[in-house]
Design a binder for this molecule. Sequence first.
Ligand SMILES: [Cu+2]
Length: 124
Amino acid sequence: MEPAAPDRRRLLALAAALAAGGLVARRSDAADERVIAVVARKFVFVPDEIVLTLGETVVLELTAPEVAMGFAASDFGVRADVVPGLTTRLRLTATKLGRFQFNCDVFCGGGHEDMDGFIEVRAP
Ligand SMILES: [Cu+2]
C-alpha cells in the first residue's frame, strides 16, 4: 500500500515533465513564426507585398476562394497549390535581402500571366 505512493509520485512528476515539454515545443513552433494570410483571387494576391526581416520564418496561410491557384516563390524554393475550400500553410524563410517576385503558377484564367506579388526582405 505505502510503497505504491513514491511510484505514483514519480509517475505524476514524469507526466508533468512530459506535459511541460510538450507545451514548450508547441510554443516555440508557433510563437516565433508570424502567420500571414494571403488570398489568391482572379487575378491578384492580397496582399501583393509581403515585407519580411532577413532570417525570419513565416507561415503563409494561402486561400483561393474562386478557382484553383498556385503560389510560387522560387527565390526561396517554395511553391504550393491553393485549392478552394482549403487553407494551405506554406513555411518560408527569408534567406536573402532584396525584393523577390512571387507568382501564380497554376493557370487560372485570362489574367493568370499578370498574377504576381513581391516579397521584400529587409535587414534586421
Ligand atoms: Cu494563375
